[in-house]
Design a binder for this molecule. Structure first.
Ligand code: SF4
Length: 193
């Protein structure tokens, strides 16, 4: 079963999945991950107290909920699931900040997969996914429509196929991503450097 980390890695650069899952060369911890863990610690200790106005009525709040689906082939921990009624809920992923260009595609796929698993587990239907900054800033949402759901499940299939076929994939088209990649130079020629 794939995890959120696998999906985010694949969407960052498919070669990372090849190195990790096919060649079994696991990434060592980068400064980005260390920074992410520190932020997550902050979330666990502080962010639970922060709520935005539009969530006031969602009194059932479950943090770090393990969600999984063997049908989809995915499991992870959803940062926050809130319920107002059987039919109305929110699924939220906390991130250090939200870029000015909006919610990155990879985060949408991550939250959508969480929602699909949670729905299958009986948490009710989620029509929107939320990204909330750790600092308690305004969350942003996006629609969990049929297109998004299809894209998310297809992403899982693509990652599974890459691992099964063991074909060396193209690297990311964004050369900036190679700068702090641990495979650069060690195993990978990267892009444009
Ligand atoms: S160096 Fe670049 S192309 Fe190679 S795995 Fe890392 S991000 Fe991908």
């Amino acid at each position: 079963m794939l995890t959120a980390r696998d999906v985010l890695n694949y969407l960052y650069c498919p070669r990372i999945i090849f190195y990790e899952k096919v060649l079994r060369q696991r990434q060592y911890e980068t400064y980005k991950q260390i920074r992410g863990e520190k932020s997550h610690y902050f979330f666990k200790t502080q962010a639970k107290r922060k709520t935005c106005d539009e969530w006031k009525e969602f009194l059932v709040r479950l943090f770090e909920v393990t969600v999984k689906s063997s049908r989809i082939g995915f499991w992870t921990k959803a940062d926050l699931i809130m319920k107002k009624s059987a039919d109305e809920g929110r699924i939220v992923q906390f991130k250090p900040s939200i870029p000015s260009f909006g919610i990155p595609f990879a985060w949408k796929v991550q939250v959508c997969l969480e929602a699909l698993c949670a729905e299958e587990m009986g948490f009710g239907k989620f029509s929107e996914g939320y990204i909330a900054p750790y600092n308690g800033g305004k969350p942003e949402c996006f629609e969990l429509d049929e297109g998004m759901r299809k894209t998310a499940t297809e992403t899982i299939k693509k990652v599974e196929k890459l691992i099964k076929d063991e074909n060396f994939p193209e690297g990311t088209m964004y050369s900036a991503r190679c700068r702090d990649c641990m495979y650069r130079g060690r195993m990978c020629e990267g892009r444009g450097w």
